[in-house]
Design a protein around this ligand. Structure first.
Ligand code: NAD
Length: 439
């Protein structure tokens, strides 16, 4: 079965290329004409590790167009991956999805064959059942579950490792209006993934709740590790890595996302928590865990700020290394490093900024305040404090002696990820997050 994708952005293009690279014919649709033209010209307009090579292999099986009617007509299933921005109340807004459904509905009228409409974008619980299915039925005059199928099939990927995550899922979550549609989507994934995932087939709304709760659970682990990090800092003779490593070895806990550090950011984790809270509030339930998870996360930049400010008065200068919300991406949306940068700027500190990919985006987000540096050593030049915020592999390879020689008088080094905790510094006063005072 040929498939179509509507929305060829950060997630959509990678997903479409994965299916096509595994031999499936894919019609990719985007309403951004420049993006489609770039793809048709052989370019790779999305910055994601491994995507140019994957697209190279996938291109013989891919067609790019702005015409979603044609895409529906020429495929058996349409995966929709368009933005669902968060509204002021934290709920996801369906404006982009509605526009796509309005294009798909009339296209379904023309089709005799059963067609599966697969929503991949993150949506609020109840959206498929209460909103998308009736909308498609009205637009097409057909019955959902009988004449066409509706599936909710969100992805659990992280920017910077989208392709690896997509090819090696633990879980493929498939909420479906009917058994046949669920099996169609299961078959698509079975022919594409390189792992042996659990296929969780369920109803549409169960899947919508599962998607949000999974991300909320993962962030709960991150915030647990970060509260532990704060506790270890006040407990002489402790190292949070020693504690979390042992905790994670217990299979009831597991090691992933249990590392003390800067906390979570980016386009999914923070807003999925807010959406979960919003959904609960609309259902008349006040959640306790999710608001605490967010509060712990928000406290991390503040904790670093206080540790820095008690030793070094403004204006510093301060070098910030790593501003993307995680390694491997240029994205600075909801980055904890940016929150710290803003706090420092408000307090009158001078900033030197470095990030392997996110420098220009971070500088723009900071309204041009701060000096962008070509490398970490230039950022450290004359700085009174160097703060390592994102655990880019490049930073683990830095020469700590060269950094401290470049720094200004009586310099401070705050290491958000304890990359240099075993190094014997001679000039830096070293503060590793999650390391208690020497016993
Ligand atoms: N990026 C992530 O890490 C991630 C992870 C999990 C889930 N998601 C979810 O996936 C969805 C998409 O995210 P993204 O990061 O890929 O977004 P994106 O902004 O990178 O890409 C969206 C694409 O959709 C296109 N588009 C918008 N309206 C369209 C229309 N009517 N017809 C055709 N194309 C249209 C845009 O031009 C753009 O290219 C969101 O709901 C997001 O929450 C994203």
């Amino acid at each position: 079965m040929d498939i179509s994708f509507i929305g060829l952005g950060k997630l959509g293009l990678c997903s479409a290329a994965c299916f096509a690279a595994k031999g499936r014919r894919v019609i990719g649709v985007d309403n951004n004409r420049a993006l489609v033209d770039a793809l048709n010209a052989g370019q790779c307009p999305i910055d994601e590790p491994g995507l140019p090579e994957l697209l190279g292999a996938a291109r013989p099986n891919m067609t790019f167009t702005t015409d979603s009617t044609r895409a529906v007509a020429e495929s058996g299933a349409t995966l929709i991956i368009v933005p669902t921005p968060s509204g002021a109340d934290g709920a996801f807004v369906n404006t982009y999805l509605d526009a796509v459904l309005e294009a798909i509905g009339p296209a379904l009228v023309e089709k005799d064959a059963f067609h599966v409409v697969d929503v991949v974008s993150t949506v609020m619980p109840g959206s498929c059942r209460n909103h998308f299915a009736p909308k498609l039925e009205n637009l097409s005059g057909k019955r959902c579950g009988r004449d066409f199928g509706l599936v909710y099939n969100p992805e659990f990927i992280a920017l910077g490792s989208v392709i690896r995550d997509f090819l090696h899922p633990d879980l493929v979550l498939i909420g479906a209006s009917d058994e046949r549609s669920g099996e169609v989507v299961r078959g698509l994934y079975a022919g594409m993934v390189e792992s042996a995932p659990t296929y969780a087939l369920m109803g549409l709304t169960d899947a919508e709740v599962t998607k949000l709760s999974l991300n909320c659970f993962v962030t709960m682990k991150i915030s647990f590790a970060n509260e532990l990090t704060a506790l270890c800092e006040r407990t002489p003779g402790t190292d949070v890595d020693v504690v979390t490593r042992a905790l994670g070895a217990d299979s009831r806990v597991g090691p992933k996302y249990l590392k003390g550090g800067l906390g979570f950011g980016g386009p999914c984790f923070p807003r999925d928590n807010l959406a979960m809270q919003r959904h609960a509030a609309a259902a008349g339930l006040e959640l306790n865990l999710s608001p605490s998870v967010v509060a712990v996360n928000r406290s991390v930049p503040g904790r670093i700020f206080e540790r820095l400010a008690e030793r070094l008065p403004a204006p510093g200068p301060v070098a910030l290394l790593g501003l993307s919300y995680k390694p491997g991406t240029h994205i600075v949306e909801e980055s904890q490093g940016l929150l710290l940068a803003r706090r420092l700027l408000d307090a009158g500190y001078e900033l030197r900024l470095h990030d392997p990919k996110a420098g220009p985006g971070a500088l723009e987000a900071l309204g041009g305040q701060g000096r962008l540096c070509a490398d970490a050593y230039e950022a450290a030049e004359g700085a009174r404090a160097v703060v390592l915020l994102t655990d880019w592999p490049e930073y683990a390879g830095l020469d700590p002696t060269r950094l401290e020689l470049a720094a200004g008088p009586e310099p401070l080094f705050i290491d958000g990820w304890r990359l240099f905790k075993h190094h014997a510094f001679t000039r830096f006063s070293y503060l590793g997050l999650g390391l208690g005072p020497s016993a």
